[in-house]
Design a protein around this ligand. Structure first.
Ligand SMILES: [Zn+2]
Length: 79
């Protein structure tokens, strides 16, 4: 959760754009109706702490998961 730099109110993330494998730009809007400041932030994966690998032969019921949760078939963010 980000806070507005002008008034300190909570800012809502409206959308994001993937810039690289590790970085995305987030677009925020202040929720204070008297302010409404819009700003961007950069979010980056700093470090991978675990290296979990699936057990050999293990299978997932792919139809039960949203494509974004499987790491493939990503939905595009282009308009
Ligand atoms: Zn504000």
């Amino acid at each position: 959760m980000m806070r507005c730099l002008k008034c300190g109110a909570v800012a809502r993330t409206r959308t994001s754009v993937r810039l690289s494998e590790r970085t995305q730009r987030n677009y925020h809007q202040c929720q204070n109706m008297l302010c409404g400041t819009c700003f961007t932030t950069l979010q980056e994966v700093e470090k991978i702490l675990t290296d979990a690998k699936p057990t050999e032969g293990a299978e997932l019921p792919r139809e039960l998961f949203h494509p974004n949760h499987l790491g493939d078939d990503q939905m595009g963010l282009d308009f």
